[in-house]
Ligand binder design. Sequence first.
Ligand SMILES: Cc1cc2nc3c(=O)[nH]c(=O)nc-3n(C[C@H](O)[C@H](O)[C@H](O)COP(=O)(O)OP(=O)(O)OC[C@H]3O[C@@H](n4cnc5c(N)ncnc54)[C@H](O)[C@@H]3O)c2cc1C
Length: 649
Amino acid sequence: MKTIYTDALVIGGGLAGLRVAIACKERGLDTLILSLIPAKRSHSAAAQGGMQASLGNSIKGMGDNEDVHFQDTVKGSDWGCDQKVARMFAHVAPKAVRQASAWGVPWSRVKQGDRKAIVNAETVTITESKEAHGLITARDFGGTKKWRTCYTADGTGHSMLYAMDNKAISLGIPVHERKEAIALIEDGERCHGAVVRDLVTGELVAYLSRTTTIATGGYGRLWSVSTNAIICEGTGQGIALETGKVALGNPEAIQFHPTAIVPVGILTTEGCRGDGGLLRDKDGHRFMPDYEPEKKELASRDVVSRRMTEHMRKGKGVDSPYGPHLWLDITLLGREHIEKNLREVQEICQYFLGIDPAEEWIPVRPTQHYSMGGVRTNEQGEAPNLKGLFSVGEAACWDMHGFNRLGGNSLAETVVAGMIVGEYVADACEQYPMGEVTLAKAKIGEQCDDIDAMLSRSEGESAFELREQMEAIMMDKVGIFRTGDELALAVSELRELNQRAQNIKVSNQKRHANPELVAAIRIKKMLKVALSVAVAAEARTESRGAHSREDYPQRNDRDWLKRSLAFWRNDDIELEYEQLDVNEMELPPGYRGYGEDNAIAHPDTEARLAQVEQTNAQFENRFERQQQLMSYELPANLQPKNQRLGEES
Ligand SMILES: Cc1cc2nc3c(=O)[nH]c(=O)nc-3n(C[C@H](O)[C@H](O)[C@H](O)COP(=O)(O)OP(=O)(O)OC[C@H]3O[C@@H](n4cnc5c(N)ncnc54)[C@H](O)[C@@H]3O)c2cc1C
């Protein structure tokens, strides 16, 4: 058995994984990253729009701070998030942007003087101050109160990922590419590393470590149409589930992005609407103000996606061979703006639709986009029931997103959580012993037996067929609008697929470079994750954020102010719940400011609101006030206050 030892094993070479690895390496730990593909091709590279952080440099961001960012995030989450985590996040985000800048991210900058911008379909003049000239600027994005989304034209993820990967290279952190973690090595109490399959040679290798971090991104490819890269298949969540000890938190919380192009599902960034783009129906009518008079096109994504679907159901969609769609109109922004700030969008339209978005409208519809759910961790990023296993980024449910994450908060989460959790991972590496080799042997044996069985079977199921059927079930029955009947059907169909997956036959007998074998290994994990989504969605009889039950249209704080925990036990999903305590919330549940105002209140909300108001009246200093309301912890190096233009330090 080939064995590789490292202190900190990081599974995933996207922004989150790279940032955790950097934190560990900077603490002098031996650190190693695994990735399916070269790190710079991770899905993080596709993010166009930007990263939220309350810098408050641009005139439209003036007055922004951690408090405002925190409130936007909690409201966006529809009160499903862990508010302490949202606080930790909002505090560190400005540091993360500045650090990224120091590491080479070419953030777009404020230019002093007048410039034209489109706000609510009107051309307005924005005047930037002389003091702000040259500082990092921000765009309107994510339905936030202040313009807070920092960007590098529309290639933000690309430039961030390159800077982060270059930093990792400069620190000498090895990335083992084309390696897939297919199981965790654990003893029921502690994680010792992972069984890793070399995608080129087919060899199984034991990676033993003091800590293991799952940073494998989202699970969008469970659906047949998604904005996610084809590698976002949720195998990281799958191997965590398969331990039986680790839960997926809120797996049913799935975001649908309003503006993916039809039919392929490639995203056009929310920056299009942030910069002033409009949504139109088959008559060319701008319909969002009819539904959302205040936020219009910039209401949160769950709301815009639902309004679009509602509008198409009323027959206002444009008929196409691929079903109905709506239009995204960015022609009003002008060619110069598009060629400067929305270049990737322009290229996507040219290459995949054959249109020029400066002249023609873009066909769009809501499409699966982001996984709020993931490996459930505590505030330090560690799985509560399996010491030494951490998770970070989209793979995780650290839970700052609750039931809807705001545009621009995810890129920010990858690096912010990478910074915070990275410190806790490094602390753990200093405490925990190296993984046990005897456990690895047993785990590798199990995986070998499974692969041998699939290769030697004379009759059996096709992994590709199982996958196609799973994708269709998820698309048809576990989408934007959900009903109990459809979800129950989805659960029973997925259970049947899971049974059939025990009998997969791989026809291509090669052990090396064999895509059919890869698909066979993956589908078993994907089905478990898919089942966790459907089972948790069926059980949650309310509508919250992106989880919209037509048979239970109200957000129900009385009965459902809790996080779903999905465990894989006895060959099926078992649900448990984690209660969210209103009495500990800095921002008690209320109206989000957009969407329907129809929640069933929690019995503690009124009393907590009164307490909060009293505290607010008592303390003038916002930092003291905040500490009184809900204290939170951060690693010492991340605690200092953030400086802002015009604020006394
Ligand atoms: C089209 C698009 C645009 C977006 N735009 C924005 C935006 O503008 N702003 C914003 O905030 N967010 C945006 N997002 C969301 C954001 O980009 C992602 O949430 C974030 O980049 C995820 O980063 P990550 O590091 O968690 O995972 P990823 O970047 O997906 O990296 C996952 C890594 O894990 C590896 N991996 C996976 N499984 C395994 C395995 N089993 N073994 C070994 N390695 C494995 C992969 O090789 C990869 O290196 C966008 C998302 C999409 C789909």
